[in-house]
Design a protein around this ligand. Sequence first.
Ligand code: PHE
Length: 451
Amino acid sequence: GKAQLKINGADYETNPEFTNVSGNILKLSDRSLHLKPSHPIGILRKQIEDKLNSTSNAYCLYNNFRPVVTVEENFDSLGFPPDHPGRSKSDTYYVNNKHLFRTHTSAHEMECFGNILGFSANSAPKDPTDKHGFLISADVYRRDEIDRTHYPVFHQMEGAHIWKRSQEPVAEGREPLHIQKLRADLLKLKNQLQDESNNLVVHDDTSLDGNPKQDFMSDIEVDLCSQHLKRSIELLVAQVFNKKLESMGTKQSENQLKVRWIKAYFPWTAPSWEIEVFWQGEWLELCGCGLVREQVLLNAGYEPNNTVGWAFGLGLDRIAMLLFEIPDIRLFWTLDERFHSQFSEGTISKFKPYSKYPGTVRDVAFWLPQKQDCAIIHENDLMEIVREMAGDLVESVKLIDNFVHPKTGKQSLCYRINYQSMDRNLTNEEINQIQESVRQELVHQYNVTLR
Ligand code: PHE
């Protein structure tokens, strides 16, 4: 029979053309850091959920979705074009041709939108919920470079809110019920924002030029929905960063918190934006968002023309690193009690490094094979080999030299690998062994000539 992979209790057939998920990733896939109440990621997740539900308890919480989803859920249902680079094997971990490790929490939008109204792709219809939105937190997976802020697994929170258009007739001169509801929801949010975070300074010069609205939505719906989306995200950003200012001993009233809105593009929202916060002298990108495309709602089983809403996706790791002052993203994954004992539920505390263990550097240089028909090495493939051989002992990998021999036309690359453990001292012997296995694997997989 064909090779099988067991992931979180389910069996998947592998497919030699697609399967590119490593043992390393499989091991990380049942850690569920976001569910640990006193892990920085778990603490931040809970804080945001509580804040967003404090206004009107509108959001249903989903924190237990398993990481393997279908290509349809992750890409097709959201309108990703067939040639979108996110689909490529160099960027995404595939289990087989139909299943992959979700690259974002948006993969669950279709299912969760369905759940609000009681539709479900996989089971009999349920009762519609009394919720108007959802928050999904989960681990997400991307093949990427290696450094202190990039790890192949990180965490996102997806949020969404909808308003069902009312069919009931309204009295002369009154607005439709869902518009009245949108106005009321927005007012509540604005008041809360004013009460809690009057140090927030918002810069927004975005317009609908080059970021058009969808035809099925009226101008007033677009205006109110966009405002509700932006004020909701501002509420959560202000809460998180003001709590940090407070824990640093800075008075909220004495410190402006600056955010700005910029236009963005996502295949499943229109119009779309991103929010950035000014923190320690830099503009930091926090979250993408927009008004949900009608096609996504149709895919979830909605009737045409009957619902409007918004969605956002927020990366948790970078924010947690900054709040808890964690210098290296690998620390989230350590099993060392000296890390975990420092944090407790509900509290933003500053991480105290227990020790900085010395690192050691090794270079790997090689000639690429010359034959035209030879597979070229995508940088993420090289990163993956190093991760597979070194696990969390690798801090960063950087290209330090790249040249083409003037006579032979052969290309040479040199990568510098920084080895360093978060928890202990390394021996030269073990690093030499790992380095040698990286070199051999490059020869084996890509037929390079080592220098
Ligand atoms: N999923 C997007 C990302 O990973 C973020 C997003 C979510 C954007 C929902 C719009 C709406 O970048």
